[in-house]
Ligand binder design. Structure first.
Ligand code: GEK
Length: 247
């Protein structure tokens, strides 16, 4: 079925027309306005990761602690936490450095009566303290690799013993064959969800120097260096994973 942008304004068509110059991807108003459709059709397993982030939060959230959604966008994980962690007192904090995202997130949370503090800040500098749950769902990949170790050490230092970090990322494979296979499968996934070859390749160019995926072993090593005790992948679909790291 073809989409009519006039009748389906929330459909992501941002890269549908040929572009002369493809500038680096930014989380502006145009992205925020199509974001739920964009991420659902771009990230295999997204809905599964978000709903199970709620289940993980419910298991690890501690009374009188804080739960953080770092890079919260429109608040999908914030909502998953709020819906699953119900019987204890805690503070829920969403952080994003895109005002366009946070404006829409705030509206959405108000509509469904979810009480969360929203901070328009860089996650590299936002304060994390007394945390029992920290979620980084598809956000670390946008942080400069040289800053990632320091960020994870700071998150670890701001967590309570027994707390959980949920880290979801696009990954790269060290084996070239697997890298090619999973890149192709991701491309196939996007095509099956209605993106044209042009949209896929223009979006890939826009993300080229903005989103920088790493391998699972690089993530494991960094989490371990930061001090996390138990680390594993709990979900993978093609080149997308979600990991847990327990302090
Ligand atoms: C979800 N977690 O729906 N500081 C703060 N925010 C940042 C930074 C930074 N340094 N860099 C990027 N962001 C969400 C999806 S999207 C993932 C997360 C994607 C923000 C950025 O503004 C955007 O809202 C979010 O991180 C990444 O599960 O689009 O692939």
């Amino acid at each position: 079925m073809k989409d009519d942008p006039d009748t389906a304004p929330r459909r992501d068509r941002l890269f549908a027309k040929p572009m002369d110059n493809i500038s680096g991807f930014v989380f502006d108003e145009s992205v925020a306005s199509v974001f739920p459709d964009m991420i659902r059709r771009s990230v295999p397993g997204y809905a599964t990761i978000i709903s199970n982030t709620g289940l993980l939060a419910a298991r690890y959230a501690q009374p009188d602690s804080r739960c953080y959604d770092l890079g919260c966008s429109l608040g999908a994980s914030t909502v998953a936490i709020a819906s699953s962690v119900r019987d204890i007192e805690y503070e829920l904090i969403g952080v994003d450095n895109s005002q366009a995202m946070l404006d829409k997130c705030k509206q959405h949370l108000a509509t469904i009566a979810i009480d969360a503090e929203l901070r328009c800040e860089d996650i590299e500098s936002t304060e994390v303290s007394e945390a029992s749950v920290v979620v980084l769902n598809f956000t670390l990949q946008f942080v400069q690799p040289a800053l990632r170790a320091e960020l994870l050490k700071r998150i670890y230092a701001g967590m309570r013993p027994g707390g959980i970090l949920v880290l979801s990322e696009k990954i790269r494979f060290e084996d070239p064959h697997l890298q090619e296979l999973n890149t192709d499968l991701h491309h196939n996934f996007k095509a099956a969800h209605g993106y044209s070859d042009l949209e896929i390749s223009q979006k890939r160019s826009a993300l080229e120097n903005v989103m920088l995926p790493e391998s699972i072993s690089e993530h494991r090593q960094r989490l371990s260096n930061a001090g996390f005790a138990s680390i594993d992948v709990w979900f993978q679909c093609f080149n997308f994973v979600s990991m847990v790291a327990i302090r």
